[in-house]
Design a protein around this ligand. Structure first.
Ligand code: AMP
Ligand code: FE
Ligand code: FE
Ligand code: ZN
Length: 286
């Protein structure tokens, strides 16, 4: 395949911009990736593809290959599951309907959380809007930023560990499809589904992982700072056994997290496999 020969590593396939909960615009995210020595980078904002055009332009003008991606929200019972979706058709009606629904639910949910928090803390919905770029996928990180701006917590980490923690009465779950449906939607949009940070604290039951694989799950993001050694080793064995794709990425969020572009990377042969599988959108070469 022609494009297999044209991209160059190192490759980081998981970065966020202000189109979701990153703190930098897509062009600045690509500039950060470039500064950290990356030659190929994806933009994977939560539940939106709206940052692609700006990121593609910035990446290619810096001589980098741009990989269009998204991090699709899903949920199994109480577990939040993130499905990375590479090379999806951004106009696919099934996937669009789902991401529209998730984003709208995220907005309602953030307003309810803000209302609950405002009973105990000096914070209003306008404070959260002020932390959110117009049209962005809204999430708890924006509420965290509002709490920081009000001097209630020091940073996002403290906000997530306290006021925004799911064990708290302020917490409201967002609407998200089950993980199998999420995989089906990504496959239906011509994309390559990979489970993000699959070996953290909230492990999926094996039966759910098996059902996701049956639905076309392509692999696992095994290189991620939130993955724990033991479950990572188990999933690595499964990946080897089944010939699955494994990736490594930073999950960069600008100033929103300590994660640094390129802190984990994906090997060239795995990037080539993703490029060969994706049919909904093409990588953008410099
Ligand atoms: P939400 O999807 O709105 O429930 O928020 C989850 C998002 O918050 C994830 O995408 C993470 O990027 C971010 N997040 C989770 N924990 C933390 C943390 N401790 N510090 C900063 N961001 C976090
Ligand atoms: Fe995030
Ligand atoms: Fe995630
Ligand atoms: Zn992410």
């Amino acid at each position: 395949m022609e494009h297999d020969r044209r991209f160059e590593g190192p490759s980081d396939l998981h970065l966020h911009s202000t189109h979701s909960d990153g703190t930098e615009a897509p062009a600045l995210v690509m500039a950060a990736a470039h500064r950290h020595g990356l030659r190929t980078a994806a933009l994977t904002d939560h539940d939106t593809t709206s940052g692609w055009a700006e990121a593609a332009e910035a990446a290619t003008s810096l001589g980098m290959t741009f990989v269009p991606g998204m991090e699709l929200s899903a949920r199994h019972r109480w577990r939040s599951v993130h499905v990375l979706a590479y090379l999806i058709d951004p106009d696919d009606s099934g996937l669009r309907a789902m991401t529209d629904r998730i984003r709208s639910s995220r907005l309602d949910r953030a307003q309810i959380m803000a209302e609950r928090i405002s009973r105990d803390y000096d914070i209003a919905w306008d404070d959260i809007v002020a932390q959110t770029t117009d049209g962005a996928t809204v999430g708890r990180p924006h509420i965290a930023d509002a709490l920081v701006a009000r001097g209630i917590v020091a940073d996002r980490t403290e906000a997530f560990a306290s006021i925004l923690h799911p064990s708290n009465d302020y917490y409201v779950a967002l609407y998200a499809p089950d993980p199998v449906t999420a995989v089906e939607l990504v496959v239906g949009a011509g994309g390559v589904p990979i489970v993000a940070h699959p070996a953290g604290r909230a492990l999926l039951p094996d039966s759910v992982t098996a059902a996701m694989l049956d639905a076309g799950l392509a692999g696992f993001e095994l290189g991620h700072r939130e993955n724990l050694p033991e479950p990572t080793a188990l999933l690595a064995d499964l990946a080897t056994e089944r010939g699955l794709i494994v990736t490594g990425s930073s999950d960069y969020h600008g100033l929103g997290k300590p994660n640094v572009p390129g802190e984990n990377t994906t090997t060239d042969d795995m990037v080539a496999r993703i490029f060969a599988l994706g049919r909904g959108a093409a990588p953008v070469f410099p």
